[in-house]
Design a protein around this ligand. Structure first.
Ligand code: PLP
Length: 367
């Protein structure tokens, strides 16, 4: 008799949704989050190498939780750099975006509070909700009327969580409208900028001049910034609170200085190379014009979902793309809702127009 966890795995194998780890391959990259190509850019790698040569001690581990032995001047200096860049009181570095969301939600939302999340919010937010004693309600994706109907019923402190660019759909949140609505109900809005940082300058909240009107933003550095790590941008009071009450920060080894310095180097690199963003936008427009896609919600997005609800067809499309040397990730339920399995196509500065032609030619056969 199989234990229930084993039965779950067998179910996945039987319904063809099992996931396996695949080695990075030398394929044309239409699947990574390395939108600006920093992770593969030899010049950026050179900058990282210079950091290591200049500060070899940056390579060492933090040696303990940041609250015990893991805090350093370098990390605080990079936090000051981030806070100044974004015009906020405080930036708190975290080991990843997952940990940042987990820290915020699990520590802030207390018993009697209400958490309102877009139904397509990242898993890390849901996991944070599970660690919290607050009530969680989901609102329909990007549906502000539905959000308002829940705001009317919410109790305690209200926490609203959205992404500025949704990771599986690539669409943008109507940030100004969300802010007006949450302000009207005295709710605290937290925006996850994981897929906007770098692709849209400092991120959409910043670029739209809205930093002072959100409770906090989460920025991450494992995607367009080509490295890893994250930061919470907020008031000093909030970040003081996180250091005191967020278990994922308190009970875990801190970060290396290399992470902090690499993040700073990534911002300096994209400042020096403004054409990277332009190159990316050209490729996005080229892709959309070839597939005659006109949906305004994803017109300028580096994430372009192509929905193929039938799972076998989705898989065979991905396999054919792979045989053609193109790496595209098929995303299946439960990562996305049932009947919305999709190719999650990510466009990058390093994709040539010829590669995009090859991609769209195959996709057209399956649509
Ligand atoms: C919207 C969103 N938030 C947070 C994360 C987690 O960020 P990280 O990869 O830095 O843990 C991701 C990554 O998958 C994401 O897509």
């Amino acid at each position: 008799m199989l234990g229930s966890w084993q039965a779950k795995l067998v179910n996945r194998i039987e319904d063809s949704t099992v996931r396996t780890l695949k080695m990075q391959r030398d394929c044309v990259d239409f699947s990574s989050n390395d939108y600006l190509g920093l992770a593969r850019n030899p010049l950026f790698q050179g900058d990282l190498m210079s950091i290591v040569l200049k500060y070899p001690s940056a390579l060492k581990g933090a040696t303990g939780s940041r609250l015990i032995s893991g805090n350093t001047r370098t990390q605080e200096e990079v936090e000051t750099f981030l806070a100044q860049r974004y015009g906020v009181e405080s930036a708190l570095l975290m080991s990843s975006g997952y940990i940042a969301n987990l820290s915020l939600v699990s520590s802030l939302a207390l018993r009697g509070d209400t958490i309102l999340v877009d139904e397509l919010i990242h898993r890390s937010v849901h996991d944070g909700c599970q660690m919290s004693a607050a009530t969680k309600w989901k609102f329909r994706h990007q549906d502000l009327n539905h959000l308002e109907s829940l705001l009317k019923k919410a109790r305690g402190q209200i926490w609203v969580l959205v992404e500025s660019i949704y990771s599986m759909d690539g669409d943008y949140a109507p940030l100004a409208d969300l802010i007006d609505l949450t302000e009207a109900y005295g709710a605290n809005l937290i925006v996850d900028e994981a897929h906007a940082v770098g692709v849209y300058g400092n991120g959409l909240v910043y670029e739209q001049g809205l930093m002072s009107r959100v409770f906090a933003t989460v920025i991450t550095f494992g995607k367009a910034m080509g490295f890893h790590g994250a930061a919470v941008l907020a008031s000093q009071e909030l970040n003081d609170y996180l250091v005191n009450f967020a278990s994922p920060i308190i009970y875990s080894t801190g970060n290396s200085d290399l992470m902090a310095l690499s993040i700073q180097a990534a911002y300096q690199f994209i400042d020096k190379n403004p054409t990277l963003r332009e190159q990316l936008q050209q490729r996005i427009m080229y892709f959309n014009s070839h597939l005659k896609r006109t949906d305004r919600k994803v017109l300028f997005s580096a994430i372009q979902p192509v929905i193929i609800p039938e799972l076998n067809k989705l898989k065979s499309t991905a396999e054919e793309l792979e045989r053609a040397g193109l790496s595209v990730y098929p995303v299946m339920p439960p990562t996305v809702p049932v009947n919305t399995g999709r190719l999650r196509i990510c466009l990058h500065t390093h994709n040539s127009f010829d590669e995009i032609d090859r991609l769209t030619t195959i996709i057209k056969e399956y649509l």
